[in-house]
Write a protein that binds this ligand. Structure first.
Ligand code: GLA
Length: 396
């Protein structure tokens, strides 16, 4: 039954009050003078810096803690740009760390799985540790059998970056810069590199990559965070549900070098176009899965236009956390933590077993410097390398 009496009574009272106010019978109390907003009120996104460790040569390394207006927190060091923690709120606002990591700075100084790091100058593999530009051959250190992986022996994950923190009204972040010298790890050209980490108050963590060179070179930068959306140390990620917006992938040989073919995912374990439980795929009876000891493959993203494209969506059914990846890159390496083997000093306490985390490394395709059919990774003097990737976190 409708309570007409009370609603019309309220309406009448409100009307009378408005009339009285307009006639000046009752003056509202004057509003207290407003103090100008403090810098903290203007920007609820904050950043702070603490000492993180010292390298054997005495170089001090810092840790930056960024917190956004929702309490989402990113900790990143200027050693390799490594993200050591990423605290994401659930539907009740409670935060949980969703990235894998190590116990101490000394552990990160080695960091064999590349936890959380910037990868460069060339992310992923270059076959036989060599490539040619303009008929000149360049030789690189081999650190993955006969091949070069993730920039060589001392890639961008193992160097100290200059760091410039910033705080804005809707975001907070750090600009990391590094000049990789001509000949460093065998690559030609002085490469001026800038990677900007930004945490927005929309729970986005973005990476803006920029580079220029003074000699023709190859560049393929990415980020190597390992995620467990159920929370770091909470077992494996095989219950995660994954969608990858790719019609094709690049099959590999047994050393994980692409064969050069670009193959449809249809009727293969690499068809993630509709949500798939990871556990249903990582042990599939398939030669490619055997080569990778799980999934460790580059997916060719469906790109309709330049700019950011949705590459992948991962959700975790028990916590209902969702992570989306948008990128300007043509590919993403989906790696299911196949080489994790219980040997590392995990920050969560329990050792990380195989499949404790997954990586979505946005990038150009592996071994592009030797694969003429793949989009080029050559950067020449006067050109700019620009790339952007955004990880967005939400709760379903
Ligand atoms: C990438 C590679 C993997 C492995 C990891 C680091 O994802 O594709 O094969 O090297 O990095 O362990």
């Amino acid at each position: 039954m409708k309570n007409e009496f009370s609603s019309s009574t309220v309406g009448w009272l409100a009307g009378a009050l408005l009339a009285a106010t307009l006639l000046g019978c009752s003056k509202p109390p004057p509003a207290p003078p407003k103090a100008p907003p403090t810098p903290e009120e203007k920007s609820k996104n904050t950043i702070s810096k603490t000492a993180f460790g010292t390298l054997p040569d005495g170089t001090a390394v810092d840790l930056f803690t960024m917190v956004n207006a929702n309490g989402m927190e990113v900790r990143a060091t200027n050693y390799g740009g490594i993200i050591t923690a990423l605290l994401v709120p659930d539907s009740t606002g409670k935060t949980t760390d969703v990235v894998l990591g190590l116990k101490s700075f000394d552990d990160y100084a080695k960091n064999p799985p590349y936890f959380g790091a910037i990868i460069g100058r060339y992310g992923n593999r270059i076959a036989k540790g060599q490539f040619k530009i303009d008929d000149q051959t360049y030789k690189l250190p081999k650190n993955d059998g006969p091949n070069t992986l993730h920039g060589g022996l001392r890639g961008f994950d193992k160097v100290v970056w200059q760091a410039e923190p910033f705080e804005k009204e809707d975001s907070v972040g750090v600009i990391f810069t590094y000049t990789s010298k001509d000949g460093e790890e065998g690559f030609p050209g002085n490469l001026q590199t800038r990677v900007t980490y930004t945490l927005t108050d929309k729970n986005e963590l973005s990476f803006d990559y920029h580079a220029t060179t003074d000699k023709p070179t190859v560049v393929n930068l990415t980020q190597h965070s390992y995620f467990n959306l159920a929370g770091d140390g909470n077992g494996d990620v095989l219950g995660h549900e994954v969608t990858i917006y790719a019609n094709e992938y690049t099959p590999v040989n047994k050393l994980l070098i692409p064969t050069g073919k670009i193959v449809s995912v249809t009727d293969t374990p690499f068809d993630f176009r509709n949500k798939v439980k990871l556990g249903d795929r990582v042990n599939a009876d398939n030669e490619q899965i055997k080569f990778g000891k799980g999934i460790d493959h580059n997916f060719v993203l469906k790109k309709k236009q330049p700019g950011l494209t949705l590459a992948a969506r991962v959700s975790e059914p028990t916590t209902r956390r969702v992570m989306e990846v948008h990128t300007t890159e043509p590919g993403v390496q989906f790696y299911t933590g196949n080489f994790l083997d219980d040997t590392l000093a995990a920050k969560a306490g329990k050792p990380y077993a195989k499949h404790s985390g997954f990586c979505l490394e946005t990038q150009h395709y592996p071994d592009s410097p030797n694969q003429s059919e793949f989009p080029s990774t050559v950067l020449r003097p006067g050109e700019e390398y620009n790339s952007k990737t955004v990880y967005t976190f939400s709760v379903r």
